[in-house]
Design a protein around this ligand. Structure first.
Ligand code: PFF
Length: 451
């Protein structure tokens, strides 16, 4: 039968920790280190952080569990997984469109993600060679003003992504994350300590954690929720695809809790590493996407051995980005190759080419197209980011929650989740049935009809 096509050719994770590492690799990325601090910075700090944490706990974690349940149960790529579980639950196979929207979101995100990750690659060399020659804000302005420069690094990053995905999931991703994730953790801790000692730590902690809800608007809510989805990598089938390669004896709930906690910790630590430096050097916390590049370069400019630690930091940031970009490409590639439409290699090549072409618009948003507005006052990059982070991912997540909460057979869910405290199970079901869908729906509603 057609829907019985399995992902056997894709293989599965080897080793107890590989799923957690790969899923954390997908979750921890530019969203944590580049996105979270600057979004917290432009949205008033602590209010954003608190709403973000609430979204992770009440919406993100329950949806992450649901995605893995679907993925592992089916053992297929997200489009076929949704279709298969829908049929097994005696409901319409139209649910497969959630998988399709995920593939679309993945391509759109990858298009701008690769441009930003390209800037990280570029900074490996900048921080190694031109320290002290130029102030860090000027340096960033110079980097983004050249379309050729951005496109060059965007191309390099996209080629890396396509090569790893085409090589398959087992050897490439599995092996890479085992070494690189712990290294990233150590370097984060080092950066936090440096910021604690040399930066304005008190001011940064107040900025990030002292509750001040006076500036919260419906847009803050939507941004915080969008960021939660983006950071956990939910709503587009990445984690569903990774779940399909997960061994049956692994516990879905505890794995999800580990991934969500790790992801949140890295985002908060990135904030604690960056803001003390921003305040100490009187830079603006709300300076937007350049925040991490400007603040970190200025720190490396001044620290001893900055010329070694700087490149190391940007290498790791690039690797964190790479382990996420792979997961953006995987759902589409898994689908095309599983259906036998194209080989894995050709699928990876074709989808990444589409994302690369779209990425040109994002690269130009920093320079030639900076004055063109697409969706309201957003430039091309911001518009794509808006469509994906604030619409496609939350809506994808909402449909996944509705599907699992209301349509998927409870016996199938219980089978996957396994032995679990009945109160915890009831709580999760309550969140997935009521809280997650209404939460997402309300936030999106208020975005269009602000209070
Ligand atoms: N979670 C990644 C980050 O925070 O950078 C980005 C990402 C990966 C988004 C996978 C969505 C996704 F499905």
């Amino acid at each position: 039968m057609e829907i019985n096509k399995q992902l056997k050719s894709h293989g599965s994770w080897i080793g107890k920790w590989t799923f957690v590492l790969a899923a954390s690799g997908s979750a921890v990325g530019l969203g944590n280190i580049w996105g979270f601090p600057y979004k917290a910075g432009t949205n008033g700090g602590s209010a954003f952080v608190l709403i973000y944490l609430a979204c992770i706990l009440m919406i993100g974690l329950p949806i992450m569990i649901s995605e893995i349940v679907i993925g592992r149960r089916a053992g297929n790529s997200p489009v076929n997984a949704m279709r298969r579980i829908a049929i097994d639950s005696n409901t319409t196979s139209l649910w497969r469109f959630v998988g399709w929207s995920g593939i679309l979101a993945g391509v759109l995100i990858l298009s701008f993600y690769s441009v930003i990750a390209g800037i990280c690659l570029n900074y490996i060399f900048i921080s190694a060679t031109s320290l002290g020659l130029m102030s860090s804000p000027d340096q960033f302005a110079k980097v983004i003003s050249s379309p050729f420069n951005l496109l060059f690094w965007h191309t390099i990053f996209m080629i890396f992504t396509a090569l790893i995905v085409s090589a398959g999931i087992k050897d490439g991703i599995g092996r890479m994350v085992k070494i690189l994730m712990p290294m990233l953790g150590l370097l984060m801790i080092f950066m936090v300590m440096y910021a604690m000692i040399n930066g304005d730590f008190d001011k940064a902690i107040k900025f990030l954690f002292a509750p001040d809800f006076s500036n919260v608007t419906s847009d803050t809510l939507l941004q915080a929720m969008g960021q939660a989805f983006f950071s956990l990598g939910l709503g587009m089938g990445s984690i569903m695809a990774y779940g399909a390669y997960m061994a049956k004896d692994q516990d879905i709930v505890s794995n999800s809790v580990s991934v969500a906690s790790l992801d949140t910790m890295v985002a908060i630590l990135a904030g604690i590493a960056i803001f003390p430096i921003i305040f100490a050097f009187n830079l603006e916390p709300n300076s937007g996407p350049g925040l991490v590049f400007v603040s970190m370069l200025s720190a490396f400019n001044q620290m001893q051995f900055g010329q070694f630690i700087g490149p190391l930091f940007f290498v790791l940031l690039s690797i964190a980005a790479l382990s996420s970009s792979i997961s953006l490409l995987e759902p589409g590639v898994a689908y095309l190759s599983e259906e036998g439409i194209l080989s894995r290699r050709k699928s990876a090549g074709m989808i990444s080419l589409i994302a690369w072409i779209l990425g040109i618009g994002s690269a130009l948003s920093f320079n030639a197209w900076s004055d063109f507005k697409f969706i309201s006052d957003r430039n091309f990059l911001d518009s794509i980011e808006f469509i994906t982070n604030q619409l496609l991912l939350p809506l994808g997540g909402m449909f996944i929650a509705i599907f699992v909460g209301w349509f998927m057979k409870k016996s199938l869910i219980k089978d996957e989740i396994g032995e679990i405290n009945p109160i915890l199970f009831g709580l999760w079901l309550f969140f997935i049935k009521y809280i997650a869908p209404t939460g997402v729906a309300l936030v999106i509603f208020f975005q269009f009809f602000p209070i």
